[in-house]
Each structure stands twice: as structure tokens, then as C-alpha cells.
Write a protein that binds this ligand. Sequence first.
Ligand code: CDP
Ligand code: MG
Length: 722
Amino acid sequence: MSKRKNESSDSNKKAMKKLKEQQNNEEECENTTTTTTTSNNNNITSKFTIDQWIPKKETFSKRYYDILEKRKELPVWKQKEDFIKIVKENQVVILVGETGSGKTTQIPQFVVDAGLIRPGKMVGVTQPRRVAAISVAKRVSEEMDFELGEEVGYSIRFEELSSSRTFMKYLTDGMLLRESMSDPTLNKYDVIILDEAHERTLSTDILFGLIKDILKRRSDLKLIVMSATLEAGKFQKYFENAPLIKVPGRLHPVEIFYTQEAAKDYLESAVRTVIDIHKTEGPGDILVFLTGEEEIEDTCAKIQRETREKGLPPMKTLPLYSSLPIYQQSKIFDTCKERKCIVATNIAETSLTIDGIVFVVDPGFSKQKTYNPRTRVESLLVAPISKASANQRAGRAGRTRPGKCYRLYTEKAFKELMIQQTHPEILRSNLASVVLQLLKLGVVDLVHFDFMDPPVPDTLIRALEVLHYLGALDDEGQLTETGSIMSEFPLDPQLSKMLIFSSENGCSNEILTIAAMLSAPNCFMRPKDNRIEADSAKKSFDHFDGDHLTMLNVYHSFKKNGEDPTWCYENFLNHRAIKQADSVRSQLARILTRFKLSLVSGDVNSKYYYENIKKCIAAGFFMQVAKCEKKNIYFTLGDEQSVIFHPSTGLTRRPEFCIYNEFVLTSENYIRTITDVKFDWLLELAPNYFKQKSFPKKTKEAIQRAQRLYSGSSSSSSSYKK
Ligand code: CDP
Ligand code: MG
């Protein structure tokens, strides 16, 4: 199991060496076995019942009783007594049940009813998705007749709603991981529920390892692992044969239709299918699975237009994706007279149960993270889903009565091309951020960390290297002071590096704004019918040097105009997004202050004002640089992908080198959020990175040429200029 700092003198240098050896031998990382058994550990007795310390209500609202009736019909209720008995007798329990069987909303309440939560302690329920954490917390607070944020709360990155009375908290898995940094034994919790475990997100996988270790040291802690699919055998094995509870589903049959040939344009095909269903089928709501916000909004608009133009009865078209404002998200649960058509990302696959769906339209794609450790590029790509996902999607049609699922791909594609199960995220992610957190937690021996599926050694080595280049690790592989502070920010290491650097270089106030704007949803609105006006409004904020500085302009104007929503509306700015950035900004500022890092503004009158800001961005993002090859074509340094500027950029020039925030692969290879930089700053800011011998040819040539060009030029100082 993972060794803690004080128990082990192993440095990461050794770890890196070991990893490299392993890689050479082409051996897999090996999990050491633990000696303690986790089952039959009857440590928490039912001393407390909910009535004893949770203020018992005298009366409940009518709604409470109405919902209670519905709750009692959920499949998990039939097993309430069994569940409570098994949980009391075991430290770890695995629970598997179909989506909609009541796991997420009911099990935490059963845990409380069983008296497993001592006064002042909590049951924490993790969710891979922010939207699910909030919407489920809201639902459960209603079910229990509490005000959201009081007894039942939630916590997602940059947003917490809880009180001193909170005994049930829904939180993203990433947040629980973060909490473990300040509370390494997760002392606030008596029971932890890792929900949606089948999704195998990076954070959930790391939590598996951490909590498995904590369980040995905290016999008073219980863990429940919940999953919608039957991959449970793997969980049982990992948790020393923990008992498995299966909740029998109550799915109705779902008839599956395939297309004769692959759809050329799945969006068009999806719209056509929805219209056909609406025209020819009886009552029942429709759920369409698409990949992202833009696609979803466009498709909703198209469906509405076609319904109108074809003179069909009205249909309520509702988008659902993670960056959608909460009040709009919750509309999917409203009942309405007309047929509902929900167009969602795969958030609707298992995380959220929407009742009343009878028809599912599945084009067979989702956005998936991929990571190439060789080139260090992580990208979010639209890729075919797995068979397991396709079956989950189809299952959504049979919740309330027999349903139909229209797959916009061929049966052959399903059978022969789709993989069985999506690979766990840990095998396809950049691990820099997680490795930094683990190091901060004192897990220095990464090789022997108890991963359920160990990442390939190459990915771990790359993560350590990236952290080394960023100055978070010293040459010995030990966490530096900078690295330790970096780990405290709920941000990617590049962003936290940029922030810390800016504080030492006289412009942390500006960089705070940029980091916050980058962490909030896109602030520019581009409604379909007003694209020209929106684009021209955006131009007035565009900065000559690039998009990062444009964000600074937007934020300043927002403040100057008194945060006025009307002003935002008139300027095609998303008021909510900028307000959110503002809140993120204050939270990040608090972290800087906590570490005595100064909040300073640059001198606007200095001719170096923007140059200094850009250097700070470069101090974090020197690994995301593109070089102009010819005209509009750039290539990214390192992995030499041919890219063009995303049309949203306000950078009209084509500088020789630029830094980008994102690499987007759609119909073209785009880089997005781009700012002009000088190569000599990069060389000064990250000399070790640019010295790498392993760079491919074009990159090496570009670096050498730039080095020749800048050698001896004294104007090229990366340090702060007045
Ligand atoms: O976690 P699981 O998929 O097993 O089910 P759940 O999320 O606990 O949902 C159980 C039921 O609660 C759903 O079928 C809905 O009827 C209801 N629910 C709701 O009405 N509103 C929500 N936001 C969440 C659940
Ligand atoms: Mg659930």
C-alpha cells in the first residue's frame, strides 16, 4: 500500500528510476497486497438514531408525504432492512443497481436512518459530475423536508453550500480528494459513499486507493461503493471481498433499432429521428444523447424550428449539459403537458434519472478525454461510446414503461467496433494534477500506490517531469515549496504556477482575473440569430496581444459598469459566467493571501504592463506553445501537431510564437485562447524544458534558431520590468 512520507525515505527520483526500469522490462505495475481484512468489522453500532440528534420535525409538509409515497416504490426500498443489516456488519459494501433504482437519493438516507452518523459527523456522497451533485442534493433536501444547504448540502469546485448542521453532503469526487488534503483521514465523515463508481473517473480511482488505506487506520469509517453496471466483481476483489448487494432492476423491455448504414451526419440524423418519433409515435418523452454544449443548443433550435415548420404539435425541447445554469437544468424534472425532448450529454446516461423517457436517440458518440504521454497532450475528443454505455443509454427508455431506442449506427458497428467498456480515465489522463496532490498527501511511493488499474509507467513519469519543469519538484523529485503551494489551488498546475509567479512579479491582481476567467464558463455569448452583432460586440473587448488579455478587458469593463446585467446583455456577455469568475477570483485571492503571496497590480502606465502579464502566463504555459509554420498554419512545439487558430480568437495578427490554453480537435485541429509571446522569455522562464534532447526535429530546429537569434540580446529579460 502507499507509503506515507514519514514512513518512507523513497524519493521520486527512485520512483522515476523504478518506473523506467519497469517500462523497459515491459512489466505491469504490481499492486502489493494488504494484510488487513475489511469485512465483518462491526465497529459502528447503532447508538444514534436520527431522532436523537437531528432535530426532529414536529410536522412535515404535504410534499414530504407525497414524495415519501413515491420513494417507497423505488427498488432499493425493498432491501432497506437487508441493506442496513449488511452495512452495520461490514466496513465496506458494494451496491449495484440499475439507474433510477434509488441508490443516490435513498441510500444516504438509509445510512442516516440506521444511526450510522454520529453527532457532528457526516455521510459524504461523491458524484463524478457537478450537475448531479447539486441536483441530487436539492432533491434529497426536498425529500427530507429540509432547506438545501442546511442539513443536506453540496460541494463542488468553487461552490459550497453547507452549514454547521449539515450531516449529508453530496460532493464531486474531485472535492473529496481535495478535502483529503486538509483532512487526511477524512475525519468529518462516518460514512463515505463513492457513487457512480462504474464511471471510473480519475478522482474516484484515486479515492479508492486513499480510502482503502484510511479504512485500515479508521475502524470507525464505513465505505459504500455504488455502481450502475455489473463491473462490481472488480470492486469486490479490490476491497478484500466486500459483500455485494444487488438491487433488482425494474426495467421494462426496450426495443432497439439500428440504421442500415452509418449516419453521415449524426446531428442531422438525430433531428430527423426526433421529428419522426414526434410525428408517428404515441405519448412519451424523448432523450437524445449528444456530445457538448454547442451541438446541443444547435440541435434544440433545429428541432424546435422543424416542429414549427412542419406544423406538428408543440414539443418542449430542453438542453442538458454541465455548464447550463442550475435553474435551467432543473427544468428537465418539471412535468408538462406537451411531449418533452431532452437533448443531453452523457450526464443523462447514469448520473441523472429523468422519469417519463420512453424514446432514446443514441448517435453513439461522447466527448472523451485522451492523453498521449509521449507528447503530453491531453485532449477532449468526440469518440464512439462503448457497448456498456450504449446499453445504459438504451436502458433510459424503459424506466416507466416499455420503450424504444434508436441507435444511429449499424448493428455490425455495435457488435464489432464498439469496445466492451470505456477504459478508466486514469489510463487516459494527464496525471500531473493528481500526482501533485498525492505528493502533497505524502504518498511518495507512487509505484506502490494501490491503484485499481495502475496507469502506464510512462504517464506517471510524464506527470513527474511536467511537475519538475514547473518547479513543483526539485531534482531529487521532492516537493518544493512552490509545489506545495501549487497543490493548494483547485487548479491545473500550469494555472497555479502562473498565479504564484505573478505574485512574485508584480501583477497577481491581473493574473488572478485571467486564471478565474479561464476557470469559469465562456463569458462570450453568440446567439444563433445575432452572431454578427455578438461578434462585433466582442471586438470592442479584443486585445491586440491576444485572448488572455481580452478576458482582462472584459472583467475590468464589467467592474467599471457596476456588474450590471443589462450592460452584459447589451454587450453579449454572459453575466452569470463573469459573476462566477468573480467569485472564483476571490477564492483564489484568499489562497494567495493564506500563503502570504502578495496581491499586487501592475503599473498600467508602464509600457511593460502587458509584457509583464504575458510573461506570467508564459511561466505556467511554456509547454503549450505553437510556432507559425506558414501563413495561418502553426505547429505545436513538442508534439508537432499542425493547428490553426480557433475562429473565436481576437488575435488578428499571426505572431511567430504564441501560447494557447486549449487544443481542440473537431473538424480541424484548433488552438483556442491564444496570446502572442516572445520566445526568448520562454527560454529564460523554462530553460530545462527547452533543453530536452527528446524533442522531435522541427521543434528542436525552432528552438535552436530562436536561441541563435536571441543569444546576446540583452533586451530579452524574463524578469519583471518597471
Ligand atoms: O441513483 P439511481 O440512479 O439508482 O436513482 P436516483 O438518482 O436515486 O433516483 C431515484 C428516483 O428519484 C428517480 O427515478 C426519480 O423519480 C427521483 N428523482 C427526482 O425526481 N429528481 C432528482 N433530481 C433525482 C431523482
Ligand atoms: Mg445515481
